[in-house]
Design a protein around this ligand. Structure first.
Ligand code: KIV
Length: 271
């Protein structure tokens, strides 16, 4: 008899069941092995290898510069750490907007080279053909509507989206199209809570929110933001569970002091 307990993996079906049972879905971003190991052990349902890696890992101002190869590198590091969570990987800017064949090829590269479980694309009606084509290869797709950071230069700001009726109606229509096309879930970013709640109620698939209120079927945050590693990003929707910036800064300062004073290493820390 095996002493190892079988881990019940989170699949797209499990997420669908969670929605039906009214169980909220917890999702966070992860970009490297060590963080993903902790996320998975903590029991997070979905790890998103977000293109926010472009900001928090590489220090770019936007998500646009990160490449498909870089996303595959991050995703394969995360996959090696995970036993339970579903790992969703962002298709980066420029890897799917050209046409549906390009979108399919990029998704296949991600799945084959990283071992990931699903891909995420930003947009609605304009990427529908790509979503359908990716799905024909058996690759699960997550949608992303509302604030779509890859279009930052079109919108000009990171402010709340779909506040006006026109844009709200378009978002509802896009959400329904993505569901009909076969997406297993969608993310709604930075839209009014009432609108997100309406979408979550009208859709059968799980709707995960970030800055979209409590009426969604689950929530996602960027791990570095909720841990307070980056102390310069403080939007209203962000709950900080730690002040890691201060803690890490303090630890690094103590180490530097100990090295400079000759206190580290002591007798017990040498051979
Ligand atoms: O890239 C990312 O981290 C995301 C989340 C903000 C949803 O897309």
């Amino acid at each position: 008899m095996s002493v190892h307990k079988e881990v019940k993996k989170v699949t797209t079906h499990v997420l669908q069941e969670m929605k039906l049972k009214g169980e909220k879905i917890a999702m966070l971003t992860g970009y490297d092995y060590s963080m993903a190991r902790i996320l998975d052990k903590a029991g997070v349902d979905i790890i998103l290898v977000g293109d926010s890696a472009s900001n928090v890992m590489a220090g770019h101002e936007t998500t646009l510069p990160i490449t498909l190869n870089e996303m595959i590198y991050h995703a394969s590091s995360v996959i090696r750490a995970v036993d339970r969570a579903l790992v969703v990987i962002d298709l980066p800017f420029g890897s799917y907007q050209g046409n549906s064949k390009e979108a399919l090829n990029s998704s296949i590269r991600i799945m084959k080279e990283s071992g990931g479980h699903a891909v995420k694309l930003e947009g609605g009606k304009e990427i529908l053909e790509s979503v359908e084509r990716i799905l024909t290869a058996g690759i699960p797709v997550m949608g992303h509507l509302g604030l779509t950071p890859q279009s930052i230069y079109k919108f000009g700001t990171y402010s709340v989206r779909a506040k006006e009726e026109d844009e709200a109606n378009r978002l509802i229509e896009d959400a329904k199209l993505l569901e009909e096309a076969g997406c297993f879930s969608i993310i709604l970013e930075k839209i009014p809570a009432e609108l997100a709640k309406r979408v979550a109620t009208e859709l059968k698939i799980p709707v995960i929110g970030i800055g979209a209120g409590n009426g969604c079927d689950g929530q996602v945050l960027v791990s570095h933001d909720m841990l307070g590693i980056n102390n310069e990003f403080n939007p209203r929707f962000l709950r900080k569970y730690h002040n890691l910036y201060e803690e890490m800064h303090g630890a690094f300062k103590n180490y530097i002091e100990d090295v400079r004073s000759g206190d580290f290493p002591n007798e017990n820390e040498q051979y």
